[in-house]
Design a protein around this ligand. Structure first.
Ligand code: F6P
Length: 326
């Protein structure tokens, strides 16, 4: 196994708070081990265009606290083609780069897996996505910040909901998974949570609302994951309003607010640990793997599993959320 000497790091897919902390950790760990380290600007698109620059210790100073990604990011269509990947490979070779750390979600991992096999090139993935939907890790970089942002927003919305006796439907991100919605719902004490994994029916919600009204129980916050099976928050809100025109219904879509902002301590530490471990993995000659954290230990999962297997929601949490919303 050839020892890596020059590695590159890039971010790809949706940005996530903590990506900068991961980049900083990769760069500093690499420099500590006397490697040359490069940043690829703009994810896979940047790799295809040869947008690659050498990074030194000062380039990652003062970024640990910043949201977004200083290396920029993109969802690349060209990297899905062989021609695109070949151009990317040639650019890595032109810079004598012999290993990469890819920070992103499922799409990023898929690209890294295909590329790594096609060109026998060492790739190590770090889970950078607010969605927390990556198999092989308890937490992804950005999730903790995103749920804290969402909970802070819901706390504020609750003031108006309480003051006006209004029923608010708050939509959070999560096209395919309900991690953000579930944790935001539990953490904000919501009355109901709609997530893609369970088919909560609108009829059941309407019945719960009726019961709450009879018991004079305050029930004014429902969290909706954007990808849930009954439509978006606006659609669900409309149906509930039709069932009972007396409800004073409002909808708030938190949207990209959840993706920005300074990372929480948890995300900064997690990103630092994972960035550090990714360089050690490359030094050990490991590749074709995604790193994760399970029970507070850094773990390794082959890209094949990380990409194909589904990370399931904790059923006990789903049940508990129902109980607490009584
Ligand atoms: O990063 C994942 C995610 O946040 C999803 O939850 C959301 O559906 C999507 O990104 C939005 O992506 P974009 O910024 O490309 O609109």
């Amino acid at each position: 196994m050839r020892k890596v000497k020059r590695i590159a790091v890039f971010t790809s897919g949706g940005d996530a708070p903590g990506m900068n902390a991961a980049i900083r950790s990769v760069v500093r760990t690499a420099l500590y081990h006397d490697l040359h380290v490069y940043g690829i600007i703009g994810g896979y698109d940047g790799m295809i265009k040869g947008n690659i620059k050498r990074l030194e210790v000062g380039d990652v100073a003062n970024i640990i606290q910043r949201g977004g990604t200083v290396l920029k990011t993109a969802r690349s269509k060209d990297f899905m083609t062989y021609e695109g990947r070949k151009a990317a490979y040639e650019n890595l070779m032109a810079n004598d780069i012999d290993g990469c750390v890819a920070i992103g979600g499922n799409g990023t991992y898929t690209g890294a897996m295909v590329f790594g096999k096609e060109f026998n090139f060492p790739m190590v993935g770090l889970p950078g996505t607010i969605d927390n939907d990556i198999y092989g890790t308890d937490y992804t970089i950005g999730f903790d910040t995103a749920i804290n942002t969402a909970i802070e927003a819901v706390d504020k919305i609750r003031d108006t909901a309480d003051s006006h006796n209004r029923l608010f439907f708050v939509e959070v991100m999560g096209r395919h998974s309900g991690f953000i919605a579930l944790h935001t719902g539990i953490g904000s004490g919501a009355g109901g949570i709609f997530i893609p994994e369970t088919n909560t029916s609108i009829e059941d919600l309407i019945e719960d609302l009726r019961k709450a009204t009879r018991r004079q129980k305050l029930f004014n916050l429902i969290i909706v994951a954007e990808g849930n099976q009954n439509g978006d928050a606006t659609t669900i809100a409309q149906k509930v309003k039709e069932s009972n025109p007396d409800y004073d219904v409002r909808v708030t879509i938190i949207g990209h607010l959840q993706r920005g902002g300074s990372p929480t301590a948890m995300d900064r530490v997690l990103a630092s640990r994972m960035g550090h471990s990714s360089v050690l993995s490359l030094l050990r000659g490991e590749h074709g793997i995604a790193l994760g954290v399970i029970n507070d230990k850094i773990t390794v999962t082959p890209f094949e599993d990380a990409v194909k297997k589904t990370k399931h929601l904790n059923k006990e949490l789903v049940k508990m959320a129902e109980v607490l919303a009584m």
